[in-house]
Design a protein around this ligand. Structure first.
Ligand SMILES: *Cc1c(COP(=O)(O)O)cnc(C)c1O
Length: 463
């Protein structure tokens, strides 16, 4: 063991190694010394555990790899062939050209984020979005924050703290990744009053729970699950009528609120923001990056008197939106204003893409895979907690069906190799078959997908 310790190179010896000298042209000396020291410490422990000491060139090589890895961004673009259009793990909604251009312009320099040119005084960043949101939704006022989760937190904290909010037991749900409505309520200092049963809630259940401590009635869209069979839920109309009678506002958390009627595309109806406003919800909350198709944001529209209270609350500052996403959201909203959302916003372009086009692209993708692939009928999911269980017909490229029978996991292998490409191509694996859906991929990306498929197929044939 002592002999192995004597093989351990010094820091200086490593610094004079050719590879490390080259590394010093791009990275500061102190950073490299830091990595060398840490690496040598690891090697010492390894030797103490009776392992041999690696050679100087092996050590140098490992250090170079580590330094370069840390200095490379880990966040990278991928191609979403999963067939889930609003995939939270893949960053949800891709943005329109106009939104991207607006964000770039604001990122480059200064802007009038909070400057009122007329008065030359400090303005509010909210003025850049409020008029368009009011026009699109019919609401009196609007406020945009960091995301919908923070919108829920702000609304409850500012308007119901130390009071009670009544929610149907079937809507006290987890949205995903641990975001649970009951937890957010607790965090806001609000007492959640759950009424009804998991599958049935009636308006009388709400009415019986109302007392002087009640601050609001809340509806939460059951975004990511669906109850089947014997169920009953109270409509927004009923809630609003009850709220009016007792002078209580209704908060309507739509999650993936939409400005377009999804039934136009053969989908189940998604909750429409203007409809909730028209019915009389006091506040309507929804995400910027779900069916809206914009950047991450939480949008709150509704009665001015309530929005004014939100604007003044200290938490509003803590959850405010930044200038870049604000610019992207404004550009996205303008697409709806000009009635060009279906052609301009990628999410809607994907939803409205014709099956013939998708079929043609699926056949194109299947070509490099030769005998390994087949084009089959399948379904695209909207995702993002929107339209539970609702899907669009699509064509899928399935890979590895025949091999599955031979108990070779070719789907897993291919999927891994597709993820190792310079631009990773992410598909979905179902029952040991790899599925690739062209609907969630931009037609402009087809060439990259084809090249990736070509490479992995060639690799496979050589192994
Ligand atoms: C998605 C969702 C949220 C959270 O929205 P984020 O924008 O992800 O923060 C809250 N409520 C409902 C009903 C949702 O579907």
């Amino acid at each position: 063991m002592d002999k192995e310790f004597r093989n351990l190179p010094s820091v200086d010896r490593l610094l004079s190694e050719e590879r490390i000298r080259q590394l010093q042209q791009n990275y500061p000396h102190t950073l490299i010394v830091d990595f060398i020291r840490r690496y040598l410490q690891q090697v010492r422990l390894s030797i103490a555990a009776s392992n041999p000491c690696p050679s100087v060139s092996e050590i140098a090589e490992s250090i170079c790899t580590q330094v370069r890895a840390l200095a490379s961004p880990t966040l990278r673009p991928v191609i979403n062939a999963t067939g889930v259009i609003l995939h939270t793990n893949l960053g949800r909604a891709p943005l329109s050209q106009e939104a991207i251009a607006a964000m770039e312009a604001m990122a480059k320099g200064y802007c009038n984020l909070e400057l009122d040119f007329d008065s030359r005084k400090r303005g509010s960043r909210n003025t850049h979005l409020e008029p368009v949101l009011c026009q699109l939704t019919g609401a009196e006022a609007a406020l945009v924050v960091n995301n919908n989760a923070s919108a829920v937190l702000l609304v409850l904290t500012a308007l119901a703290k130390k009071k009670e909010v009544i929610v149907s037991r079937g809507q006290a749900v987890e949205i995903g990744d641990g975001f649970r409505i009951p937890d957010v309520m607790r965090q806001s200092g609000v007492k959640l009053i759950e009424v009804g049963t998991t599958n049935c809630t009636y308006i009388t259940d709400y009415e019986q729970a109302i007392n002087p401590r009640t601050a609001a009635l809340m509806r939460v869209h059951s975004s990511n699950f669906r109850l089947m069979g014997f169920t009953h839920f109270v409509t927004l109309d009923e809630l609003v009528t009850l709220g009016k009678h007792y002078e209580l506002p209704v908060f309507d958390d739509l999650g993936s609120g939409s400005f377009l009627d999804t039934t136009r595309f053969g989908l189940d109806p998604a909750p429409m923001v203007p409809q909730s406003v028209a019915i009389g919800a006091g506040l309507v909350l929804f995400s910027g990056d779900k069916l809206m198709g914009g950047p991450q944001a939480g949008i709150i529209v509704g009665r001015k008197q309530l929005i004014d209270k939100l604007k003044k609350h200290p938490l509003a500052r803590a959850v405010r939106i930044d200038k870049i996403r604000l610019a992207g959201l404004a550009a996205t909203l303008i697409h709806y204003l000009k009635d060009e959302a279906v052609n301009k916003i990628p999410v809607w372009r994907m939803i409205s893409a014709s099956l013939e086009d998708i079929d043609r692209r699926a056949r194109l993708w299947a070509q490099p895979l030769q005998g390994l692939a087949r084009v089959v009928e399948g379904e695209t999911m909207i995702g993002g907690g929107s339209l539970p269980g609702d899907t669009l017909p699509t064509r899928l490229v399935t890979v590895g069906e025949a091999e599955k029978r031979k108990h070779q996991n070719i789907a897993q292998t291919l999927s891994q190799r597709l993820c190792c490409q310079e631009i990773p191509v992410v598909g979905r694996i179902s029952d040991n078959v790899l599925l690739l859906d062209p609907r969630s991929v931009f037609p402009e990306e087809d060439e990259v997908v084809l090249q990736a498929l070509q490479r992995v197929t060639t690799d496979l044939q050589h192994t």
